[in-house]
Design a binder for this molecule. Structure first.
Ligand code: NAP
Length: 253
């Protein structure tokens, strides 16, 4: 039966940056689909832990600053040691810095590129090596953005990093499909999280954004639950290297 293909029972997902926002919703969605969760955060994911365990799933919380790559291998070792295996990776942690391109600092460039693309690549590499070792494939879901497709303004490092996420998603999908590893991405539209607080607080920007969204509303973090379960499950086994927009129609406009 087709619905069985969406089940994640018996699987383990690593989700980065899931103490809040989209990461929290996706971790809870994956848990509701049957999956145990390894959370990698710099802040304690108290609420997420509560909701994942309430869904009857195991929750392992690992602390790390994902702006650096030196701890990634030991994090993965702990995850496999405690949970026995890894089947899914959701590269969600991400940051944004806003300033005019003429004034943009090297710090704001490096900080964003480190979390949004460098850590995403090296964590994916470690998890893919684990998938190859386990011998039955796996799923990697990267969190891209509308700025993987569009230019944006006052966010040069964010646009560069998220455009790289879409390109790298394709590249890794090409290299790893032969191992049964699916690499895909989700590109959220305008969703109500900390990341977009500044935009929602600016009445003009808020109105302009709403007027352009065919669905007529900001997205909610819960809007990512179905798409992430789909890409994490066997229902998407023949979907490789694709970036799926979850944007209320923004890109279709
Ligand atoms: P958010 O609420 O700010 O969540 C970002 C997550 O990343 C938080 O858990 C944050 O931890 C974590 N993180 C950031 N830097 C980290 C670091 N150095 N080490 C460890 N964790 C770190 O924003 P969000 O909107 O849910 O963002 C999630 C993803 O979706 C990001 O990749 C973002 O670019 C992407 N996205 C969001 C939207 C949107 O409209 N909201 C649209 C397109 C794409 P702390 O809580 O400790 O900071």
């Amino acid at each position: 039966m087709i619905l069985n293909d969406f089940s994640l029972h018996g699987k383990v997902a690593v989700v980065t940056g899931c103490n809040t926002g989209l990461g929290k919703s996706m971790a809870v969605g994956l848990a509701q689909a049957g999956c145990d969760i390894v959370a990698i955060n710099r802040s304690e994911p108290t609420e997420t832990a509560k909701e994942v365990t309430a869904a009857g799933r195991r929750f392992l919380s690992l602390k790390a600053d994902l702006g650096k790559q030196d701890q990634l291998a030991s994090l993965l070792e702990r995850a496999v040691g405690e949970m026995g295996q890894i089947d899914i990776l959701v590269n969600n942690a991400g940051i944004i810095r806003r300033d005019e391109a003429l004034d943009f600092s090297e710090q704001d460039w490096d900080d964003v590129m480190n979390v949004n693309i460098k850590t995403l690549f090296f964590l994916s590499q470690l998890v893919a090596r684990q998938f190859v070792k386990q011998g039955h494939g796996g799923k990697i879901i990267n969190i891209a953005s509308l700025l993987s497709f569009q230019g944006g303004v006052r966010v040069p490092s964010y646009t560069a990093s998220k455009s790289a996420v879409m390109g790298l998603t394709r590249e890794l999908a090409n290299e790893w499909a032969k191992h049964g590893i699916n690499v895909n991405a989700l590109a959220p539209g305008y969703i109500t999280t900390n990341n977009t607080e500044q935009l929602r607080d600016d009445p003009t920007r808020n109105k302009d954004i709403l007027n352009r969204i065919p669905a007529g509303r900001w997205g909610a973090p819960e809007d990512l639950m179905g798409p992430v379960v789909f890409l994490a499950s066997n229902a998407s086994d023949y979907v490789n290297g694709y970036t799926l927009a979850v944007d209320g129609g923004w890109l279709a406009r």
